[in-house]
Design a protein around this ligand. Structure first.
Ligand SMILES: [Zn+2]
Length: 274
């Protein structure tokens, strides 16, 4: 690699996040926010990405694939990569056993294979966190990379196994595995910055363009100080699709694209190059 790389990641959670992370299966209004993501926001987003001419990665729960198969096929057919984001949108640590967690991951693989005829190579945890078993399950099922952890900001690195964090002793980070990590950051995610969730934190940004300006600043910082940095942004269609945020996204991407020697890549392509 040479020069900065930008990876646009869209967590296509649709209704799954409301069912499995916010326990809102009985709330028609809340579920309709997820429907909005699939039916209103994604088509607009795909048009926006067409105009920009950049590829993106859609981390898509099997629940979304099974619920909105035609939309997921459209994402794939319009040139974007579909990768694993659980079948359900449950925290990996919430499964009652290793076998139950593994079954959910396998079901997610099967949903993607059935919809687009390709096997996902990468995984993004729905909670951006692992259980004690997740890394083993990913290795066993042949995943090549993950994008859920935060051990670096702008460089891929290899995940470690056997981590020990005793409360009464020194931290042991474990030993390196062959699973590449393409790290994420809460500071480059539209959900905490721009999504309003009643009765939760209720966080929204009073200055929405300022959120995108901060990402522009972070990218400039990376270009100045990190050789061959990988700038990964996380969006959710139901969040960034709310007007006029796609306008902000479009102008941000257009500016990043004007940077000398910048490449826009899918996560899978960056993992393959690494
Ligand atoms: Zn998600």
């Amino acid at each position: 690699m040479s020069g900065p790389t930008v990876c646009l990641g869209f967590d296509f959670d649709a209704v799954s996040i409301w069912i499995h992370a916010y326990d809102a299966a009985d709330s028609p209004t809340t579920l309709s926010r997820g429907e909005y993501g699939a039916e209103v926001a994604v088509p607009r987003l795909l048009d926006c990405l067409d105009r920009l001419g950049v590829p993106a990665t859609f981390f898509t729960p099997g629940h979304t694939v099974d619920s909105f198969p035609e939309r997921v096929k459209e994402v794939h057919e319009r040139g974007h990569d579909v990768q694993h984001h659980g079948w359900s949108h449950r925290h990996p640590g919430s499964f009652e056993s290793r076998a139950a967690e593994r079954a959910d991951v396998v079901r997610g693989i099967e949903s993607i294979e059935d919809a687009i005829g390709e096997t996902p190579t990468g995984y993004r945890s729905p909670a951006w966190d692992f259980s004690a078993h997740t890394l083993d399950v990913l290795r066993e099922l042949g995943f090549e990379w993950d994008s859920s952890q935060m051990g670096h900001d702008f460089r891929p690195y290899y995940l470690r196994t056997g981590r020990e964090a005793p409360t009464d002793g020194a931290y042991d980070p474990g030993i390196e595995t062959e699973i590449l990590e393409l790290p994420v950051s809460w500071h480059r995610d539209d959900w905490p910055a721009l999504q309003y969730v009643p009765d939760a934190s209720g966080r929204t940004a009073p200055d929405e363009p300022g959120v995108f300006d901060a990402w522009r600043e972070q990218f400039e910082w990376m270009c100045e100080r990190v050789d061959d940095g990988v700038f990964s942004l996380t969006f959710h269609p139901q969040v960034v699709g709310q007007p006029p945020r796609l306008r902000y996204l479009e102008s941000l991407v257009a500016e990043l694209r004007a940077t000398p020697s910048v490449e826009f890549e899918t996560f899978d392509r960056v993992a393959a190059r690494f």
